[in-house]
Design a protein around this ligand. Structure first.
Ligand code: ADP
Length: 169
């Protein structure tokens, strides 16, 4: 008997990818046959990093932090997440739950996505406690004011942030 290849999508803006995201990706890679880290390109937000920069940072971060996990890849998508998930024949969409504050928005999205594609479940994973207060907005803010972010993001990301906010003569 053949079992279905269980592909999960981990969607987000990843502006930039942080250790909290990496933690979730690693947990998902244990649960699913394949994990696609899916960069949303039509977000309402105006990102600090371009789509190409964010995708290359996700790839560099995966290489740096999870080099032995061969079942993870990164991709970018446009349009509705469920349409993309159906196209990839995904069985699940993974989201990270840090605190109660994440819950309401995530709950709404999960229910709407289930209405649109009943066969694709949203799976919530909790990161290690040390990452519960971490988000990309805080990282961008710290880097903007030249504070070190090394303990919160992969090296490739802290380097990219330093470059972005470099004070040029
Ligand atoms: P979005 O812009 O859709 O919120 P993000 O790139 O911010 O996308 O995050 C993608 C997913 O990762 C979301 O489910 C978010 O809750 C989760 N996430 C973000 N930061 C962390 C973290 N520090 N720990 C666990 N999950 C996180």
């Amino acid at each position: 008997m053949t079992t279905k290849h269980r592909l999960a999508i981990y969607p987000g803006t990843f502006d930039p990818i942080t250790n909290g995201h990496i933690d979730i990706i690693e947990r998902a890679s244990v649960l699913f046959d394949e994990v696609v880290v899916a960069l949303a390109t039509n977000s309402q937000k105006t990102p600090l990093f371009s789509e190409a920069e964010r995708l290359s940072l996700v790839n560099a971060a995966l290489l740096e932090r999870l080099p032995t996990r061969t079942n993870i890849r990164a991709d970018a998508f446009q349009g509705l997440l469920v349409d993309y998930a159906v196209r990839l024949d995904a069985v699940a969409m993974v989201r990270g739950l840090r605190a109660l504050s994440d819950f309401e928005y995530e709950f709404q999205m999960a229910l709407m996505n289930r209405k649109l594609a009943d066969g694709i479940s949203t799976v919530f994973l909790m990161p290690h406690e040390q990452y519960t207060y971490l988000n990309s907005t805080i990282i961008r803010e710290l880097a903007k004011y030249h504070r070190g972010v090394e303990e919160f993001v992969p090296n490739c990301v802290s380097q990219a942030l330093r470059k972005k906010f470099e004070v040029r003569p």
